[in-house]
Design a protein around this ligand. Structure first.
Ligand code: GAR
Length: 196
């Protein structure tokens, strides 16, 4: 029997973390954020997690010999906390085989472009510099590639000539904060219904 405990992996300001917590509190998302994992000890999201009493696992990758070593420790933390789903929200690292093997098909990521356009770092800046007239947000399953897993949801955003990169970022984030909780809810419900 599956539970709906999720771990959020984040290393930034945590606006998506906030949006997920708000959706749970509003009764729109039926899950529990049972762990926050961060690879950046100074990340703002860690303070937010502490204020919300979300348990945290914060690590510094430089303290480990390799990715397999820190991912093994992450897996142990996930298992101790009974985590069923991993939700990446600004975790800027490729997920390696150690984590993928344990959580196959149960790792989601959000990316601020219409994939497969503009994968990797600074997707909003990449789109702005390319002068595209439409960009957006993608939510996808995570595989071993860089933002390459199966796409679950996308929402487009028209880009006008007047928009600065800051405007673009604000509007992308507004979409993210709505689309991520909705999509997490759909994926969890659908998977539980199938009895996986
Ligand atoms: C989000 O915009 C997310 O799409 C992006 O990091 C930001 C985290 O913001 N992720 C990626 O670019 C993944 N390749 P937040 O810390 O405010 O949630």
């Amino acid at each position: 029997m599956r539970n709906n405990k999720i771990a959020i992996f984040a290393s930034g300001t945590g606006s998506n973390y906030d949006a997920i917590i708000a959706a749970i509190q509003a009764g729109e998302l039926d899950c529990e954020v049972a762990l926050l994992v961060s690879d950046k000890p100074a990340a703002k999201v860690i303070e937010k997690a502490k204020q919300n009493q979300t348990p945290t696992f914060v690590f510094d990758p430089r303290q480990y010999p390799d990715k397999a070593a820190f991912e093994q420790e992450i897996v142990e933390q996930l298992q101790v906390n009974n985590i069923e789903w991993i939700v990446l929200a600004g975790y800027m690292r490729l997920v390696g085989p150690t984590l993928l093997h344990e959580y196959e098909g149960r790792i989601l990521n959000i990316h601020p472009s219409l994939l497969p356009a503009f994968p990797g770092l600074d997707a909003i800046g990449q789109a702005a510099r390319a002068g595209v007239k439409i960009t957006g947000v993608t939510i996808h399953y995570v595989d071993e590639g860089m933002d390459t897993g199966t796409i679950i949801a996308q929402e487009a955003l028209p880009v006008t000539n007047e928009m600065t990169e800051v405007d673009l970022q604000k509007q992308i984030q507004r979409i993210e904060h709505k689309l991520y909780p909705q999509t997490i809810q759909q994926v969890i419900l659908h998977t539980n219904r199938k009895g996986n």
